[in-house]
Design a protein around this ligand. Structure first.
Ligand SMILES: O=c1ccn([C@@H]2O[C@H](COP(=O)(O)OP(=O)(O)O[C@H]3O[C@H](CO)[C@@H](O)[C@H](O)[C@H]3O)[C@@H](O)[C@H]2O)c(=O)[nH]1
Ligand SMILES: [Mn+2]
Length: 376
């Protein structure tokens, strides 16, 4: 129960088996100490064989031991946190805050535009009032192709967001959604599914052919005034700042195919000069904060890398349960979503799926039970 008699927006529950875990952990700690003691007591004397190998082993064991002790800190008092979105809606549906969503991309080859727009579309389609969402794509690769793909995505979003909300589809990255084996029940759904899939495939083909050519036709460049920012002087390490509004959500005429408002969508490529350090993602985030503070200035910022997408359309509402809880919200300034991975090799010998991390460590380290962001 929170201060003014309302039920709390999230709940904290102690994890099970904490005592057993602590006992288990202490036995390992004891073993580590015994190994260190053994190494110290039997160091080979000067001139004896194996002295340096012994000392090397001891140093490694001390480092690994200390690392292990640090990892135990986050597992010591396991708690899980559960957000209550229904309570949030009941109390704050009319007063939900604006959200600025920052997506970072840096290289159109390593992070292909077709992947970047899937990230963009997945966050534009959140179950959240669109007029309160402002999506910024920061492009450190200053790529015309990325800008073109975003322009295409801004047009497709008018169909996609409407389709997602009408049929409550998940996930909201079109690439991942259309890769699912879906039971196409009911004629209305089937018809709309096919229409949207065709629009998506056509868009993908147009983007792929532009990427393959490596440049854009005059016809494409005529589609938006923003293309005029690119000239022969623009290089990845030296260019002026580019800010282009692709969807102006504040304009009442900007609507989806059913007349519903759309989230704002903005392209940003911060200024870069060869003599100034650009500071990678951190530099991009600083630029995003400065630009967004002049445009939307939302009190909450959501940051997503361009090589992942949001798997839960209610992810924002989950985080808001933590920030807006009347009693504890003031003490929370940061919420981390767990990540999981697609495109894993068959037997996942390097544990890229990070099953143990996701199922065992993250809920503990982050102390939340949460929807995921999925990496491509
Ligand atoms: O000059 C740069 C370099 C990178 N990025 C972006 O930063 C993000 C992360 O970079 P990446 O190379 O993909 O790093 P990862 O190791 O995949 O990402 C993890 O590690 C990063 C560095 O610790 C964190 O910033 C990320 O959130 C985390 O997912 C990506 O969206 C990039 O596009 C930029 O915007 N500008
Ligand atoms: Mn990455």
């Amino acid at each position: 129960m929170s201060a003014n008699g309302n039920l709390a927006l999230f709940e904290t529950k102690a994890g099970k088996g904490r005592i057993v875990f602590k006992l288990f952990s202490l036995t390992i700690l004891l073993c580590i100490f015994l190994i260190w003691l053994y190494r110290l007591m039997y160091v080979p004397r000067k001139g004896e064989a194996g002295r340096y190998a012994w000392i090397g082993m001891f140093i490694s064991e001390v480092l690994f031991g200390l690392y292990w002790i640090i990892t135990q800190i986050v597992r010591w008092n396991v708690v899980h946190r559960y957000p209550f979105k229904d309570r949030l809606s009941r109390r704050y549906e009319d007063k939900l805050p604006g959200i600025d969503i920052f997506i970072c991309t840096a290289d159109p080859i390593l992070e292909p535009p077709s992947i970047v727009i899937n990230t963009v579309l997945s966050v534009m389609a959140y179950n959240y009032p669109p007029e309160k969402l402002c999506v910024y794509l920061s492009d450190d690769g200053v790529s015309e192709l990325t800008f073109y793909a975003l322009l295409e995505a801004s047009k497709f979003s008018k169909y996609w967001i409407h389709f997602c909300k009408k049929f409550a589809v998940e996930p909201r990255s079109p690439e991942s959604y259309f890769a699912l084996n879906i039971d196409l029940h009911g004629s209305v759904f089937e018809q709309e599914w096919s229409t949207i899939k065709k629009l998506y495939e056509d868009m993908k083909t147009r983007i792929a052919s532009a990427v393959e050519k490596g440049h854009l036709s005059t016809e494409i460049k005529g589609q938006h005034k923003g293309f005029s920012e690119w000239n022969s002087k623009v290089t990845k390490r030296d260019h002026q700042s580019i800010v282009q509004v692709l969807i102006d959500g504040w304009n009442p005429n900007t609507v989806d195919i059913d007349g519903n408002p759309l989230p704002t969508l903005i392209y940003l490529s911060r200024e870069k000069k060869p003599q100034c350090a650009h500071n990678f993602k951190a530099g991009a985030m600083n630029a995003l904060i400065r630009v967004s503070s002049e445009i939307s200035n939302a009190p909450i910022i959501l940051n997503v890398d361009c090589d992942m997408y949001s798997t839960d359309p209610d992810a924002i509402r989950d985080a808001l349960c933590f920030f807006m809880d009347e009693k504890q919200g003031q003490q929370i300034s940061y919420v981390q979503y767990p990540q999981s991975y697609e495109n894993i090799t068959k037997n996942d010998i390097y544990s890229n799926a990070r099953f143990p991390v996701l199922k065992a460590c993250l809920p503990i380290a982050l102390r939340i039970s949460f929807p995921h962001f999925l990496c491509f």
